[in-house]
Design a protein around this ligand. Sequence first.
Ligand SMILES: NC(=O)c1ccc[n+]([C@@H]2O[C@H](COP(=O)([O-])OP(=O)(O)OC[C@H]3O[C@@H](n4cnc5c(N)ncnc54)[C@H](OP(=O)(O)O)[C@@H]3O)[C@@H](O)[C@H]2O)c1
Length: 459
Amino acid sequence: MISNVVRIALLGCGTVGASLLELLEKQAAQIAKRQALELEVAAIAVSDLAKQRPEVVPTELLSDNAAEVVSRDDIDVVVELMGGTNPTLDLVLSALKAGKPVVTANKELLARHGEQVFKAAAGTGVEVHFEAAVAGGIPLIRPLQVSLAGEKIHTIMGIVNGTTNFILTQMAEHAVSYEVALAEAQKLGYAERDPTADVEGHDAAAKAAILAAIASDSPVGLADVHCEGISHLRLDDLEAAQKLGFVVKLLAVIDLREGEMMIRVHPALLPAAHPLASVRDAFNAVFVEGEAVGELMFYGPGAGGSPTASAVLGDLIEAAREVRDGRSQGAGSTEVDSGEDFAPSSRRPSPRRPSQSRPAPQAAGRKLRILPIEELTTCYYLSVDVIDRPGVLSMVSGVFGRHKVSIRWMEQDGLGQDARLIFLTHLAVEKNMQAAVAELRTLEVVRQVNTLMKVMGGQ
Ligand SMILES: NC(=O)c1ccc[n+]([C@@H]2O[C@H](COP(=O)([O-])OP(=O)(O)OC[C@H]3O[C@@H](n4cnc5c(N)ncnc54)[C@H](OP(=O)(O)O)[C@@H]3O)[C@@H](O)[C@H]2O)c1
């Protein structure tokens, strides 16, 4: 049987890198049979050579000089699983400039430097594959880029951070505080010791920026994403939402209109019957609405070594095919007549063909106008602690009225010092809602404005 050896440099061999090695070992025969490819890991860059590694890691391939690994002549494809942007950006750029396709799971790199990365790739006609950078094991990027290439996408709305979804599920289902739910997430390895990137919405914002760039064919940066996290949410809010028939989720939302879009990450109330409301624990799901196709939902494990490695392997096979078919330069795959096994023999570069790369997301079109969050029109949930005395309600509702916010539903919870008013509004403009909240804070009868959340889906 003729097979093509494609040589891979793995940058990073932590959770995802080690899982990829395991998967490559398990799937080697099937990949050879289906794809006529032998994916040979030729070098692995790590930061600490002395670290104890799982058995699957061939320690003789380890190097602590990632730049040297990337520049080796015999490397066809670079798989970046280091994370961060420094020195990752330089390593990825040098791989691309050398004509080597790159596979990465690094949302931070693409959200911060996507434009530069995709321009470098376009310069040498190679691809950057990044299926695992958003929603881990869920095939989402390729469906958006390929299957939905002709679709006019109106909305993408998703749960793209498993850690926060786990925390919110714990709070809602076990009636525990944010702090207790976070501690549980940390104990189970869902949350980092420093959970800021997850709980303040930064991780979801990076993913939203990537999805927005693909959906809009325009460059999107992190600064274009409005971002609110979940660390201020209280159990009371989730319980009040539940009583009203809602579930609280941290959502990434991209709304596209003619020539403009809004990209935002924030907690929101979703009707319990909404498909995203039933996504529990660390799972991710992304809801896409297109003009012709209607509503689609992608669901699955958004993180974890094995699911993420599955997405990386799919990308790696695609990158290896590019090298084999001469669509990208690499070092040129080696054809081997291997019989049952795959003993590498002569290296014979495949003939080069013009790049068949899809439009690179962040480098594709002109930048769309980014709508500021102040222009959002949606319904709101607001909880306010007040002094329990006659006339308070009319003072509070007067504030809403002055700012053109109309109340759809209101309930008083508790009495005396514990009096709390909970409101649901009709559609209102964010700018007006924020102005109403600011004025409420100045009222002598308002002890505290607690939580303001947007209400999504089926207003
Ligand atoms: N974990 C997930 O579930 C998941 C899901 C989706 C996407 N991702 C993304 O996948 C990437 C990898 O995540 P991970 O969880 O596997 O990370 P990880 O466990 O922390 O592994 C990082 C690896 O990179 C190596 N490394 C770090 N800095 C380096 C440097 N300067 N030079 C050479 N090697 C360096 C580390 O070396 P040592 O081993 O020597 O420390 C380690 O092997 C990240 O971009 C992450 O956002 C992860």
